[in-house]
Design a protein around this ligand. Structure first.
Ligand SMILES: Nc1nc2c(ncn2[C@@H]2O[C@H](COP(=O)(O)OP(=O)(O)O)[C@@H](O)[C@H]2O)c(=O)[nH]1
Ligand SMILES: [Mg+2]
Length: 324
C-alpha cells in the first residue's frame, strides 16, 4: 500500500468516526511530510466549518480547568467537542507530559464525543504554527463541530496560535495587576471574550472594572468584548461563558466576519508556509556541496555577498524546479 493510499484510508476511517485512525492521521498531518501533502486538499475539501475557540492567558490562570469545564458545558448542549492543547515552548515534552496537563474529568475522558490532542513543537516539518491550523482542519473534516484550543503561555507564538481561532478567550485572574499585564502583552486587543477566572478570590470586581475601563479606551467595534467572571473549579459562570461564545459565533456568521477572518487567516498561513519552505530550501542549499563552495568563496572574500546570494538563489530555484 502506497503512502497516498494509506493516508487516504486513514482520512476515510477518521471521517467515518474511527478515533484511532484519527489519531494516526493527526500524526501524519503534524509531521507535515509528503503523505500529508497529498491528502491536504481532501482534508480541506471535507471541512464543514468547525467553530474554533482559543483560550489564552498566563500559566496558572486556569485555562486547563476552564477548558474541562467548557467541555462539560458543550456536552450538556449535546455537541461533540475536541480539545487541542498546544505547548510551543516545549520541544521535548512528548504527548505524555503535555497530555497530563489537559486533565479532563473522568466523565469527559471516557466520553466518545470528546477528543483531545496535545501538540508540542517537536518534529514538524513546518513548525508548530503551521501544523495547528492543519490539525484543526483535520478535526473539522473528521466531524468535530467545536474545537477548543488551549495554549500554555502568553508568548508571541501562543498569541499567534490563538489567532487560528474564530473566538479568542483571554483568561485572567483577579488582582495582581493582571489586567495591566494583559494590556501590555496585547491580549486585550485580541480578546473577543475576557474571563476573570478564580472569581472565588478577592479583587474580582475591581479587576472587572479595570478591564471594562481599558476596553472602553479602545476603539468602538461592532463586537464589544464581554468581561465575564468564572470559577472554573466548580463551573460557576461557565454556562454564561459558553453562551457568550456562541453569541460571538452567531455574530461572526451573521456579519460575514467569520468567512472574512477565515480567508485572511488562510492568506496569512500561506505567507508563513511559503516563507518557511523558502527558508528550508535556502538552508538545505547552503549545506549542499555546491552551496558550501559558494559560502567558502564568500568567506575567503573571493566573491561579494550579492553575487553569493544570487548564486545560492539560482541553486535553490533549480532544486525547487527539480522537486516539482
Ligand atoms: N481558587 C480557584 N482555583 C482555580 C480556579 N480555576 C483553576 N484553579 C486552580 O489553579 C491552578 C492552575 O489551573 P490550570 O487550569 O492548570 O491553569 P493553566 O495553567 O492556565 O492551564 C490549579 O490548581 C487549578 O485547580 C478557580 O476558579 N478558582
Ligand atoms: Mg494548562
Amino acid at each position: 500500500m502506497g503512502e497516498r493510499e494509506s493516508a487516504d484510508a486513514l482520512l476515510r476511517s477518521a471521517i467515518g468516526g474511527d478515533r484511532r485512525a484519527l489519531a494516526r492521521l493527526l500524526s501524519v498531518v503534524e509531521a507535515g511530510g509528503a503523505p500529508f501533502r497529498v491528502i491536504a486538499p481532501q482534508i480541506f475539501a471535507a471541512g464543514r466549518g468547525t467553530h474554533t475557540v482559543g483560550l489564552t492567558g498566563a500559566p496558572g490562570a486556569g485555562k486547563s480547568t476552564l477548558t474541562d469545564a467548557l467541555v462539560t458545558e458543550v456536552r450538556r448542549h449535546g455537541s461533540r467537542v475536541a480539545v487541542v492543547a498546544v505547548d510551543p515552548s516545549s520541544p521535548l515534552s512528548g504527548g505524555a507530559i503535555l497530555g497530563d496537563r489537559v486533565r479532563l474529568r473522568q466523565q469527559n475522558v471516557v466520553d466518545d464525543d470528546v477528543y483531545v490532542r496535545s501538540m508540542a513543537s517537536r518534529g514538524q516539518l513546518g513548525g508548530l504554527s503551521l501544523a495547528v491550523p492543519e490539525v484543526i482542519r483535520t478535526l473539522d473534516a473528521a466531524g468535530w463541530p467545536v474545537v477548543l484550543i488551549e495554549t500554555v503561555g502568553v508568548g508571541q507564538s501562543e498569541v499567534a496560535i490563538t489567532e487560528n481561532a474564530d473566538t479568542t478567550v483571554v483568561v485572567l485572574n483577579p488582582g495582581w495587576g493582571d489586567e495591566v499585564q494583559a494590556n501590555k502583552a496585547g491580549l486585550l486587543e485580541i480578546a473577543d471574550v475576557l474571563v476573570v477566572n478564580k472569581a472565588d478570590r478577592p479583587g474580582v470586581q475591581a479587576t472587572v472594572r479595570d478591564l471594562e475601563r481599558m476596553l472602553h479606551l479602545g476603539k468602538v467595534q461592532p463586537w464589544a468584548p464581554a468581561v465575564l467572571t468564572t470559577i472554573a473549579t466548580d463551573g460557576t459562570g461557565v454556562d454564561r461563558l459558553w453562551q457568550v461564545i456562541t453569541d460571538h459565533q452567531r455574530f461572526l456568521a451573521e456579519t460575514g466576519e467569520r468567512e472574512h477572518r477565515r480567508a485572511q487567516r488562510r492568506i496569512a498561513e500561506v505567507r508563513e508556509r511559503v516563507l518557511h519552505e523558502l527558508t528550508d530550501v535556502s538552508s538545505r542549499v547552503e549545506r549542499s556541496h555546491a552551496g558550501a563552495l559558494i559560502i567558502g568563496a564568500l568567506a575567503k572574500g573571493e566573491i561579494d555577498p550579492v553575487t553569493a546570494s544570487d548564486r545560492l538563489i539560482r541553486l535553490a530555484a533549480g532544486r525547487m524546479a527539480d522537486a516539482r
